[in-house]
Write a protein that binds this ligand. Structure first.
Ligand SMILES: [Zn+2]
Length: 102
């Protein structure tokens, strides 16, 4: 993923709209590219701040920690990976079960 691709995904990222592959590439890039990280931090603060002002302030929690969203996304990726691993194990177990039955 190039810098310009990453930068076009700031808003989808903040809205949790990236798919697994996009999210993975986005995070990998942003963790290594200081430029994109700074841009992201700026966007995040601006967008969440604007939304906070537009919304009913009492109901919406002001999110100002851009790093936290990155951490949460990474945790999500990790869980997704574990889940995929479990699915494969389950599939293997089913196959073995079928073979035993035959
Ligand atoms: Zn970059």
């Amino acid at each position: 993923m190039q810098c310009k691709d990453v930068q076009s995904k700031f808003i989808p990222f903040i809205d949790d709209e990236l798919n697994y592959k996009e999210l993975k590439e986005f995070l990998e890039h942003i963790r290594q590219c200081k430029n994109c990280y700074e841009e992201y931090d700026f966007y995040y603060t601006m967008i969440t701040g604007m939304r906070y002002l537009e919304s009913d302030n009492n109901k919406t929690e002001l999110k100002i920690d851009s790093g936290q969203q990155l951490n949460e996304a990474e945790r999500y990726l990790l869980q997704y990976k574990i889940l995929q691993g479990e699915k494969i194990l389950l599939l293997v177990a089913i196959c073995i079960g079928l073979i035993m039955l035959l």
